[in-house]
Design a protein around this ligand. Structure first.
Ligand SMILES: Nc1ncnc2c1ncn2[C@@H]1O[C@H](COP(=O)(O)OP(=O)(O)OP(=O)(O)O)[C@@H](O)[C@H]1O
Ligand SMILES: [Mg+2]
Length: 341
């Protein structure tokens, strides 16, 4: 069996380079990457990345296998390949096999970005606390009023770090269970009602009127009760926080016989506020970890920017859908659709 036939059986992109350093054959995935027109051309004119070219030349000259990276920029999304360069035994020349490692490379990037974000979020309160400790040891040593004020700030910074750690842990837990479908039917109306009731005091403090609609009868759906409580609590808390004093927040429940997004029957819980609304350009990114429209203001309200990321994961785990609609100056509506069957 010739190398041309052999590479046809391999799903990853492959190319055969002959002794004359020209591309002799490509398989289907290889054609998708480079186009069939490159057959017959010199490999250096097609691949054009110095490190990879060096390795191919080396393998052709020495007859020893080699490994290199290739970054493909021809598509809308850049793709990264690990390239195995293997000399053929039957004849001179090499076979290139392109292993798409884009997803791995991206996961690595996301992880470092995540660590950078967490460190940054922790560093801010830590810097504040150590600054105040220093002041309390030195200049403010005998100033009782200043001491009280600083201790209050230190307490709230400590609370912020606690919240951050709690949120990180619940994010990790949710990610862990994401593949596991929740079992056990729960009363969604009851859960939404308790979430709203537990935030009544919070709403009153903010001068926000909290209304419930359509919660009179129980509505059952497969759900993890703690997680669904967490979803409603996050959404209602946001609506109160960002909905603005003097406004109102409505939590409403509706049952639908067929929801196109769920492809079946479902229950929809919507949290609507009359606040400032969210600019359209932010809508798609709100569920990213640490994403905040106004970082400074959200921090001022004790927010970590993880709430909606957690909501999104929980809703995914329940095979549900989260929809965010908003009009600047009029308010926002966050709705969660959960399948009931
Ligand atoms: N109802 C809302 N109205 C206006 N903006 C909102 C609303 N809900 C969320 N946002 C915006 O989305 C951002 C992300 O929300 P998220 O719940 O993830 O974080 P947070 O509330 O800042 O922090 P946390 O939930 O961790 O306490 C918020 O910082 C805010 O800018
Ligand atoms: Mg929040």
């Amino acid at each position: 069996m010739g190398p041309e036939t052999f590479i046809k059986a391999i799903p990853m992109a492959c190319a055969v380079i002959g002794e004359d350093e020209r591309i002799r054959a490509l398989n289907v995935a290889g054609e998708a990457l480079f186009g069939s027109a490159v057959v017959g051309r010199h490999f250096a004119a097609v691949l054009r990345q110095p490190a990879l070219l060096d390795r191919i030349e080396g393998a052709l000259a020495s007859g020893r296998p080699a490994q290199s990276r290739y970054v493909y920029t021809g598509a809308a999304r850049e793709r990264t390949f690990e390239v195995a360069i293997t000399p053929m035994e039957s004849e001179p020349g090499v076979i290139l096999a392109f292993d798409d490692v884009t997803a791995l490379a991206e996961a690595g990037e996301m992880r470092s970005e995540f660590v950078a974000n967490v460190s940054h979020e922790l560093r801010t309160p830590l810097t504040a606390i150590s600054g105040f400790v220093e002041t309390l040891r030195g200049p403010a040593r005998d100033d009782a009023a200043a001491r009280d004020q600083f201790l209050t700030i230190m307490e709230s910074e400590t609370r912020r770090m606690h919240r951050l750690v709690d949120d990180l842990l619940s994010l990790a837990r949710v990610e862990d269970t994401e593949r596991l479908r929740p079992s056990g039917e729960q009363d969604i109306a009851g859960l939404a009602t308790s979430a709203a009731q537990s935030l009544n005091g919070h709403a009153a403090e903010h001068g926000v009127a909290l209304h419930l609609e359509g919660m009179d009868e129980p509505v059952f759906a497969p759900a993890d009760p703690d997680q669904i409580m967490q979803v409603f609590t996050n959404l209602i808390e946001n609506a109160i926080k960002y909905g603005g004093a003097g406004g109102s927040v409505t939590v409403s429940l509706a049952q639908v016989a067929h929801d196109p997004r769920l492809r079946g029957p479902g229950v929809i819980v919507a949290v609507t506020d009359t606040g400032e609304g969210i600019d359209e350009r932010h809508l798609g990114r709100l569920t990213e970890r640490f994403y905040r429209v106004d970082t400074h203001r959200s921090r001022g309200k004790g927010g970590t920017g993880l709430g909606l990321a957690i909501v999104k994961h929980i809703v995914n785990r329940h095979r549900g859908r989260l929809r965010i609609e908003s009009t600047l100056g009029e308010g926002s509506r966050f709705s969660v659709a959960l399948p009931t069957a």
